[in-house]
Design a protein around this ligand. Sequence first.
Ligand code: KG4
Ligand code: ZN
Length: 365
Amino acid sequence: MVQTLTVLGLESSCDDTAAAVVRQTEGEPAQVLSSVVHGQTELHSAFGGVVPEIAARAHAEKLDVCVQQALEQAGLTLQDMDAVAVTAGPGLIGGVMSGVMCAKGISAATGLPLIGVNHLAGHALTPRLTDGIAFPYLMLLVSGGHCQYLIAHGPERFTRLGGTIDDAPGEAFDKTARLLGLPQPGGPSVEAEARNGDPKRFRFPRPLLDRPGCDLSFSGLKTALMRMRDQIVADKGGLTRQDRADLCAGFQQAVVDTLAEKTRRAIALYLETNPAEPVIAVAGGVAANTAIRSALESVSADAGARFTAPPLHLCTDNAAMIAYAGLERFRLGARDGLDLTARPRWPLDQTSPAMLGGGRKGAKA
Ligand code: KG4
Ligand code: ZN
């Protein structure tokens, strides 16, 4: 019998509190019936980064409001849901706990099945939600907290081909902006400055390109940038607008070149085992960067692979991806009990060795 499932999703693993309702009839495209996101940028702006305790408190205050708004916008009630899905990790533990407790409360009060979702699986399954991409496909997650290449084989089966050993690229953009006195989030500000800059004036390193494989490293770029900035200040007493633009352009070009080369290698590895109709998908806030996106597009085209990127509001943190990942798990018969725990670290591919990066959201791979 063809089954239609409607799932409420909750997300609170970093600095966005979100709730969404997703519906899918078997064999048909999924529908995002609502997707509510309350960002916390202004709560953390004075601190230069996300403050975990402030984030957790704000999530606890906002989650029920988000759930109510998501249900209202979908024109549905909890009685119309088949399950409640929640991010159970990885992420900032206080925030993840707030979401898990809220979902448990809903489950206990209504009898709805509870589904714990890995936040990274949410991102990695988004191309199926938005474009109905079939398994397997190659996925690049690039955001402020994540950077990894994954082969998605199924809703709960991923192989990690490589990832960052330190900072995520978005984190590097944010730190670069901070070092140059540009506004946060750093990605869009650095990209805007880079448009007027000369990428060849400063020689930034291309980290890990001399080593085989597709692991990445971005923390050295920020150190290089800091040295260059300090040198200009020592020589000339300060930075001109052009210095800033040239530094941004050089930094961004280094990220573009590194991601392009590592993506080329990831596609080659992927093709070794999955040669038919290859698809590469990208998700995460950094995918908004025009230079990075077009480099990835051309690398994919060169390899004969189809390139796809979900619309930005579903690329960045949201609860529709959590509801959808929960829906896929639920269809496979997955159910969690009220003993579901929040996991600050939760690698998607449990068979690969842990990566080094600690990061804003816990383990980066
Ligand atoms: O996916 P996201 O909203 O949240 C995380 O999971 O981190 O990504 C946010 C990150 C920030 O670090 C931000 O600076 C970066 O994505 N970002 C960009 C651009 N727009 C956002 N990085 C480079 N270029 C952009 N245009
Ligand atoms: Zn995320």
